[in-house]
Design a protein around this ligand. Structure first.
Ligand code: PBG
Ligand code: ZN
Length: 322
């Protein structure tokens, strides 16, 4: 007698029945780049299908997303006012602050709004923290991040997502939020963020490339996975609600391992370079976009991510790929 696993692959119905991994639009978070001005929809060359939106246009875009069943959004500010101390990030001067306010006024709890918390869009030098002697100062940066997170919460953000990789910022953010009665504002930590070449298109899109130096002194070395677990478990102990791994495709092993080592929900960020590779290859008719995108989404889910932040989100729901 032969054992024949192929028997269960013979038709779609039985394949669907025995599929071990499920993926639905509940898992999707859609990132947006918001800019100042009005009536602006500026396509980003490096990321086909992604644009900068002014707040008025973003309201329309979010409305159309809600109608398709997308409800969770991650906001990045573009063209923010830049200073050495990133002070404009912490009050109503910031574009993100105003976007959150407007979106929450308009859509209330029909959407779940997440904001990126990092200094790089607000510093003249483009680093993710406060610089002294060409070195990003962890302990000078942490209070700025906490103030930034608080201002986003005051604007109405449901969740803040610190992406800077400073040590101790999750605890500082949690304490400041709690002290100001924002106990229900959640924290999704970019817990494991590697120093990656895959952020290239984003840095063009968000105008956040460092003017000199690189981010290797605070982002992680991709040769390390044990260190990744140490970093992530620290964020868990500091009060993070969700742990994120970034980028996603080259780090499926890290997602898998983190899901085994932590009991928190795991998110992954399918970053700009990963997106651009798929889009450019699909536009050149080298790959079938739908097949490749869904293969990637299921890979994230199979690895252990229950949440996927991806620029493909609108295409996935718009074209009814799931
Ligand atoms: C900045 C930030 C980056 C991304 C999200 N927040 C870029 C970086 O660290 O250089 C990358 C997102 C993407 O590539 O899609 N803190
Ligand atoms: Zn940054």
């Amino acid at each position: 007698m032969l054992i024949r696993p192929r028997r269960l692959r013979k038709n779609t119905i039985v394949r669907d029945m025995v599929a071990e991994t499920q993926f639905s639009k509940n898992s999707l978070i859609y990132p947006f780049f918001v800019t100042s001005g009005t009536k602006i929809v500026n396509p980003i060359n490096a990321m086909p299908g992604v644009s900068h939106f002014s707040i008025d246009e973003l309201v329309r875009e979010v409305d159309s997303c809600i109608k398709m069943g997308l409800t969770k959004f991650l906001l990045f500010g573009v063209g923010e006012q830049k200073t050495d101390d990133a002070s404009s990030a912490c009050d109503e001067r910031s574009i993100v602050f105003n976007a959150v306010k407007k979106l929450k006024q308009t859509f209330g709890n029909d959407i779940y709004l997440i904001t990126d918390v990092c200094a790089c869009a607000y510093t003249t030098h483009g680093h993710c923290g406060i610089l002294q002697n060409d070195d990003v100062q962890n302990d000078l940066t942490v209070p700025v991040l906490a103030k930034m997170a608080l201002s986003h919460a005051q604007a109405g953000a449901d969740m803040v997502a610190p992406s800077d990789m400073m040590d101790g910022r999750v605890l500082a953010i949690r304490q400041l939020l709690d002290a100001n009665y924002f106990q229900n504002t959640a924290i999704m930590s970019y817990a494991i963020k590697y120093a990656s070449g895959y952020y290239g298109p984003f840095r063009e899109a968000a105008d956040s490339a460092p003017t000199k130096g690189d981010r290797q002194s605070y982002q992680m070395d991709y040769r390390n996975a044990n260190e990744a677990m140490r970093e992530a478990l620290l964020d868990e102990s500091e009060g993070a609600d969700i742990l994120m791994v970034k980028p996603a495709l080259a780090y499926l092993d890290v997602i898998h391992r983190l899901n085994l080592e932590s009991n928190l929900p795991i998110a992954c960020y399918n970053v700009s370079g990963e997106y651009a590779m798929v889009k450019y290859a699909a536009n050149a008719k080298l790959i079938d976009e739908k097949r490749v995108v869904m293969e990637n989404m299921y890979a994230f889910a199979r690895a252990g991510a229950s949440i996927v932040i991806t620029y493909h989100a609108k295409d996935i729901v718009n074209y009814k790929w799931i």
